[in-house]
Design a protein around this ligand. Structure first.
Ligand SMILES: NCc1[nH]cc(CCC(=O)O)c1CC(=O)O
Length: 314
């Protein structure tokens, strides 16, 4: 029977990338569903799906371009019925989902901050003049270039171990990771310090895990409702509306962070030139329910302030 509730005879298939962090996230979704619905582990099956983004680690992702490098194959499996839900780092998710798929279920958000990682230096502010730092994130690179034009930036990619090895080898004196990933993998000690959003505004949806489903799958929709974190949903939705209005992706120099203060949502946003020569930033406050409109409004305000040619990274 289609859309049946999971049972040992027909486990719910959870699709994910194969990276350590992605696997942890898929198992966290399984744990949450088990608790919420009093189901056993064998009501679920974690299905690993190879994605383009994982197969091209040796090249700068922005050279290959295109949105959804980490998600396309997973969404295809979801549409095909090969999996029943897909677990994603929301930071990597395109702002639009393909017809037939819905992404509106979020686990409670982790630490949103970037981590400062180094063997020898304690904090971003303590980097000596002209220091070599490694990052392949266009957002982090442009934010660093803006605030510290003296720094030398080199490409840095790979899992935590690969990056630590590069630091040991002296390829760079520091690099940057998301605190969320380090915390989830029990590797918070790798961070010398966390970088406050005031110093480096994080990526849209950083630290949030989202669960995608087939829109018409009523049983899965009901199953997921029980584990949805509403505050995370409000925050991520506002940030993603900001990103969508700027026509951005996880490979554009855009940052945003929404916080809830009582009944109010406070959204900060920043867009940069890729070379970090200029940044346009602003913020907006309003009722939580207006989050998506505020995201669009803030994006339009920043666009109106941008000189011509600012968005040439499109
Ligand atoms: N683009 C890769 C990616 N996607 C999500 C995370 C970390 C976890 C998260 O933000 O949820 C990372 C790695 C990183 O930036 O360190």
């Amino acid at each position: 029977m289609k859309n049946a509730l999971p049972s040992p005879a027909r486990p719910l298939r959870i699709g994910t990338r194969g990276s350590l962090l992605a696997m942890w996230q898929a198992h966290e979704v399984r744990r949450s569903l088990m608790v919420a619905h009093d189901l056993s582990e064998d009501a679920f099956e974690v299905v690993v799906i190879k994605v383009t983004g994982d197969m091209i680690q040796d090249r700068a992702l922005k050279e290959i371009g295109g949105k959804g490098l980490f998600t396309r194959e997973i969404e295809e499996a979801l549409l095909d019925g090969g999996i029943d839900i897909a677990v994603h780092s929301m930071k990597d998710m395109p702002t639009q989902q393909p017809p037939g798929l819905t992404l509106d279920c979020y686990l409670p958000r982790e630490d949103v901050r970037d981590a400062f990682v180094s063997n020898t230096i304690n904090a971003l502010s303590e980097l000596p003049q002209g220091a070599v730092v490694g990052s392949s994130s266009l957002r982090r690179r442009s934010q660093l270039a803006l605030r510290r034009p003296d720094l030398k930036l080199v490409e840095f990619r790979g899992n935590v171990q690969t990056r630590m090895k590069k630091l040991d080898d002296g390829v760079a004196v520091a690099t940057f990771l998301a605190m969320a990933g380090l915390n989830r993998l029990g590797m918070a000690h790798v961070a010398k310090s966390a970088i406050e959003p005031e110093e480096m505004l994080p990526a849209v949806a950083q630290g949030a895990i989202g669960i995608e489903r087939r829109t018409d799958d009523a049983a899965v929709t009901a199953l997921l409702e029980a584990i949805h974190c509403t505050p995370t949903g409000h925050r991520v939705t506002a940030e993603r509306a900001f990103l969508a209005e700027l026509d951005g992706s996880c490979e554009t120099p855009i940052a945003a962070l929404a916080l809830l203060e009582g009944d109010t949502l406070w959204l900060r946003g920043e867009v940069l030139r890729p070379d970090g020569t200029e940044s346009i930033a602003g913020d907006i406050r309003g009722p939580i329910a207006d989050g998506p409109q505020m995201g669009r409004d803030l994006a339009r305000q920043l666009k109106a302030r941008a000189p011509s040619g600012f968005f040439d990274w499109h």
